[in-house]
Design a protein around this ligand. Structure first.
Ligand code: FES
Length: 153
């Protein structure tokens, strides 16, 4: 099968590779680059576990093809900390016990970073609504909303 050359900036590192046209961004990250922090829950855009940032905007990486992101800047959960210092949202999730099994957490945190970049959410209700695409089967929503709201304010 033909492969297409693409260049992505992934967590600050320029990455060149050749990839088949049908490979999703999520599969590229997980299976080709071994960045397994982004999770595959549904592979259909319904759970948000695969959320990453593309040029600072949150997207479901299972719903986009890697070749469509040629030239873009991708940030995954692996790229949020600075050295030993966690991103403030990562720290807030710990401080608020905002996870149980943790499967949805990378997507939740990337989504929250994107939400902050959007600058639309001002209170807990808005956080809840604007993060409704990130499903948590453990039901840790009160803690998640608490963590995100604290960092926003
Ligand atoms: Fe992408 Fe569920 S795995 S939204």
């Amino acid at each position: 099968a033909p492969r297409y050359p693409i260049t992505l900036r992934i967590n600050g590192q320029e990455t060149r590779l050749e990839i088949e046209a049908w490979v999703s961004l999520l599969d590229l990250l997980r299976e080709h680059l071994h960045l397994t922090g982004s999770k595959k829950g549904c592979d259909q855009g319904q759970c948000g576990a695969c959320t990453v940032l593309v040029d600072g905007k949150r997207i479901n990486s299972c719903l986009t093809l890697a070749v469509m992101q040629n030239g873009r800047d991708i940030t995954t959960i692996e790229g949020l900390a600075e050295g030993d210092t966690l991103h403030p949202l990562q720290q807030a999730f710990i401080d608020h016990d905002a996870f149980q099994c943790g499967y949805c957490t990378p997507g939740q945190i990337c989504s929250a970073v994107g939400l902050m970049n959007e600058g639309e959410a001002r209170n807990a209700d808005q956080v809840r609504e604007l993060m409704s695409g990130n499903v948590c089967r453990c039901g840790a929503y009160p803690q998640i909303v608490g963590a995100v709201t604290q960092v926003m304010n």
